[in-house]
Design a protein around this ligand. Structure first.
Ligand SMILES: *Cc1c(COP(=O)(O)O)cnc(C)c1O
Length: 463
């Protein structure tokens, strides 16, 4: 326009990199990320989408928060262990331990004698302290790795006896039977989808049975004419019982009575319990193996164990989760509904103060991908029109809300108290942007009597 070539007005990359706002970012994030942000913005100026005067500010604003490629999000879904959002949020103690382990640490070093020390000894001790029924413990990469190692070390070339009702898909297309078969163990399926009894197992056991596998169906429930065999009965078969509890609960959790825990299943006679470290235990991604001394030792000695071993950061984070204060997962699970209602009402009031009406509605949280399928966690949410969800997701900070029956619900269960102001400001930023286009009525506050069917279905009795 005006005959001027817009490219002439675009400062060169090296000139822009010298701007103090971008130079500091270059030192922190590295030159590559800053350069690609600059290039993207230069492209927008060239395309006439952006004024070159805004180039530096826009490039700086488009830089990632860290060089780590993962974008932090605020989880306002009310789902504790959201698989898509990285499952468990770590405790401050775990984060501190991981940060401290980032440099050189005594992961395999005895500071007393100056010679090599046993890797993972502290985590093992912490696990055994929390699960007295376990005689030994081993930590691997994740729950799936724990199972694969058990099958490889204890049943390669032999049979694993498992109920047809427990051949589960754990998500993203991964199925336990495929995972187990990949180890060279043969699966011997017994019973039916809905019912398996002790005799089914007993009749399947042969001289080449490696172990009986018990899998907790952690992501679905079956109701009706169903029966499965408890660990205590399987233990009487005289064959090792490997039990996959999934969630990583170490002891019974009264709020989740159907969720098995390591201590109880070992006490009931399981030879080995496997679990995830980043589900209800609330730690970093890891796989736990707990149980009989000689079986854990066989797994530890197997060459595959070296390929599945965890790094120093996981060891540090897991130890801090086991020995430190209760992690966020435990706190969020036990969040007091009355307190959640107070927090939701405070957020709604803060929005109302700035002209944005929003209801507070009863809303059940969930444990999520980590366990307790179908168990509601009673709580409350701030309710906004559905279109807020997409804009909150696209904003900075990225707030992930729950969309239910045409509404955007902000459940504060999994939002740290310190992040509430950021959620408020993110909602207000959306309302400012969208008031022009959709009109003021969209931010009106419907009277409680006029909530409509959507609200009613999201509303539970007073609690
Ligand atoms: C989650 C889960 C797994 C897989 O654990 P990861 O830590 O995700 O590898 C295996 N079995 C059960 C029962 C589970 O719930």
């Amino acid at each position: 326009m005006g005959g001027a070539d817009p490219r002439r007005r675009i400062p060169r990359t090296d000139v822009l990199l010298a701007d103090p706002r971008l130079k500091a970012a270059k030192d922190r994030l590295g030159p590559d990320l800053v350069r690609s942000a600059i290039r993207a913005v230069q492209q927008r100026v060239r395309a006439g989408e952006l004024d070159s005067a805004d180039l530096v500010a826009d490039a700086a604003a488009s830089l990632p928060a860290t060089a780590g490629a993962l974008h932090p999000v605020i989880n306002a879904t009310g789902v504790l262990l959201h698989t898509n959002l990285g499952r468990a949020a770590l405790s401050a103690a775990a984060v501190e331990a991981i940060t401290a382990a980032a440099g050189y640490v005594d992961v395999e070093y005895d500071r007393g004698t100056g010679v090599r020390g046993r890797r993972g000894a502290a985590v093992r001790d912490a696990l055994l302290a929390r699960v007295p029924a376990a005689k030994d413990a081993l930590v691997v990469n994740n729950g799936a790795a724990a199972l694969v190692l058990a099958a490889t070390a204890l049943a390669t070339g032999r049979e694993i006896v498992v109920s047809r009702g427990e051949l589960v898909e754990i998500g993203d297309g991964f199925r336990l039977p495929d995972l187990l078969a990949s180890t060279g163990a043969r699966l011997r399926e017994v019973g039916t989808t809905n019912r398996t009894n002790l005799r089914d197992y007993g009749e399947a056991i042969r001289p080449d049975t490696g172990f009986v596998l018990k899998v907790h169906p952690s992501n679905f429930t079956v109701r009706g004419f169903v029966s499965s065999v408890p660990v205590a009965d399987l233990a009487g078969l005289g064959i090792p019982v490997v039990a996959d509890i999934g969630s990583g609960l170490l002891a019974p959790e009264p709020m989740l009575p159907d969720e098995p825990d390591a201590e109880s299943w070992l006490a009931a006679g399981a030879s080995i319990v496997t679990a995830s470290g980043d589900k209800l235990l609330g730690g970093p991604q890891a796989g736990l193996v707990l149980g009989r001394r000689e079986l854990v030792a066989a797994m530890r000695r197997h060459p595959l164990a070296r390929a599945l071993r965890v790094d120093k950061l996981t060891l540090a984070g897991l130890a801090a989760t086991l020995s430190g204060p209760p992690p966020p997962t435990a706190q969020m699970l036990h969040a007091d509904p009355a307190q959640l209602r107070v927090r939701a009402a405070a957020l709604a009031a803060a929005l109302a103060e700035r002209g944005l009406g929003a209801d507070v509605v009863a809303c059940d949280g969930r444990v999520g991908g980590g366990g307790a399928p179908g168990v509601p966690l009673p709580g409350w949410a701030v309710r906004l029109p559905e279109r807020y969800a997409g804009e909150l997701r696209a904003g900075e900070p990225c707030v992930v809300a729950r969309v239910e029956r045409g509404w955007c619900l902000l459940d504060l269960r999994c939002v740290p108290v310190d992040d509430e102001v950021r959620v408020r400001d993110a909602v207000l930023a959306v309302s400012v942007v969208s008031t022009d286009s959709i009109g003021a009525q969209s931010v009106s506050n419907p009277a409680p009597a006029d909530r409509g069917p959507a609200a009613e279905s999201a509303t539970l009795p007073e609690r």
